[in-house]
Design a binder for this molecule. Structure first.
Ligand code: 2AM
Ligand code: CA
Ligand code: CA
Ligand code: CA
Length: 274
C-alpha cells in the first residue's frame, strides 16, 4: 500500500481510539513546568502509531514528541515526525480542539502532511504536488490579504515577554483581530483553509509544524521562521506562515527591523533544540 494511504488509515484509527476513550479518566503528568502536561492518551497514541508504522515499515524512522527518535540527527531514509496530540491543554480542558499531526519526509524531501482534527473528524491531508485536502474536499489556493483587514493567530504569552512584546503589540494592533486556538497544528490547518491569514509564534518543535508545513505550501502559502528562513524539520524554530502578501508584509515591516534581537534569540535558544 502507498505510504500516504497507510498513514491516512492509521491516523484515522488512532483518532477513533481517542474518541472512544474521551470520557475515560485521564492520567496526567507534568513535564517541563506545571502547565506543560502529558496524558496517558498522548503516550498511548504515539505508541500505537509507532507500532503500526514499524510493523509495516521496519526501516522507517520516527521522531515523536513523547520520546520516539530523540537521537535522530540526519534526514536519511523515511522519517515520520509525530505529535500524537497537539493541543494537549485543549484535550484536557475541553475534550476538543486538538489534533494528531504527522509529517513524512523521504531523504529530507517533503512527502506528505496530515493534521487530524479528531473530535470534528476532519482530516487535513496532502501529498506534495497534489494539493491540500480536508477529507474529500480540496482546499482552495490562498487569497492575498493585508494585515489591516486580516484575522491572524498567535499566543498572547508573547505579549508578556519584555522585548518581544514590542514586536507582537504592533502586529496585533495593526491586524483586524487576533485569535488564539491552542493547537499549532490546527493553526497551520486554519491558515491552509484561509480562515486565518497568518499564524506567528516564537517557538515550535518539529512535531508541532511537520504535519502542517506542506498543507500551507500546497495552497500557495509561505512557511518560514521569523527571519524569513526555511524551517529545518529536525530543529525547533520560530514560525511565520501566511498567504504570500501578508507573510511578506509581516516579515519586512514587523520582523526584519528587529533582525539583531531575533537572531540573538534564535541562536541562543532554538537551534539544535528538539
Ligand atoms: P502540545 O499541545 O503538543 O504540547 C499551544 O499554544 C501550542 O504550543 C500547542 O501546539 C502545543 O503543543 C505547543 N506547545 C506547548 N508547550 C510548548 C512549549 N513549551 N514550547 C513550544 N510549544 C509548545
Ligand atoms: Ca506537549
Ligand atoms: Ca505540539
Ligand atoms: Ca503534543
Amino acid at each position: 500500500m502507498e505510504i500516504y494511504k497507510f498513514a491516512y488509515q492509521i491516523i484515522e484509527e488512532a483518532g477513533r481510539i481517542i474518541r472512544d476513550s474521551i470520557d475515560d479518566e485521564l492520567h496526567i503528568e507534568t513535564k517541563s513546568n506545571p502547565n506543560d502536561l502529558v496524558t496517558n492518551i498522548d503516550k498511548e497514541t504515539e505508541a500505537f502509531l509507532t507500532k503500526q508504522i514499524l510493523n509495516t515499515y521496519p526501516h522507517h524512522r520516527i521522531l515523536g514528541e513523547e520520546g520516539q527518535g530523540r537521537d535522530i540527527e540526519d534526514e536519511a531514509g523515511t522519517i515520520w515526525i509525530i505529535d500524537p496530540i497537539d493541543g494537549t491543554l485543549n484535550f484536557v480542558h475541553q475534550q476538543e480542539n486538538f489534533a494528531i499531526s504527522i509529517g513524512i519526509f523521504i531523504d529530507g524531501v517533503k512527502y506528505a502532511g496530515f493534521v487530524y482534527d479528531v473530535m470534528n473528524k476532519k482530516m487535513y491531508h496532502c501529498k506534495v504536488g497534489n494539493g491540500a485536502w480536508m477529507n474529500e474536499t480540496q482546499l482552495k489556493p490562498l487569497k492575498n490579504s493585508e494585515l489591516k483587514s486580516s484575522l491572524i493567530s498567535t499566543n498572547p504569552i508573547w505579549l508578556t515577554k519584555d522585548k518581544l512584546a514590542d514586536i507582537y503589540k504592533l502586529i496585533i494592533d495593526d491586524a483586524r483581530s487576533t485569535r488564539a486556538y491552542g493547537s499549532a497544528a490546527l493553526d497551520f490547518a486554519n491558515v491552509a483553509k484561509g480562515i486565518t491569514s497568518a499564524y506567528l509564534t516564537m517557538r515550535l518543535h518539529p512535531w508541532d509544524f511537520a504535519g502542517g508545513l506542506i498543507l500551507v505550501e500546497e495552497v500557495g502559502g509561505v512557511v518560514t521562521n521569523q527571519l524569513g528562513e526555511p524551517l529545518n524539520i529536525l530543529e525547533a524554530n520560530s514560525i511565520l506562515i501566511g498567504n504570500k502578501s501578508i507573510h511578506d508584509e509581516l516579515l519586512s515591516q514587523y520582523f526584519l527591523p528587529h533582525t539583531s534581537l531575533l537572531k540573538k534569540i534564535h541562536t541562543e535558544r532554538f537551534k539544535k533544540n528538539k
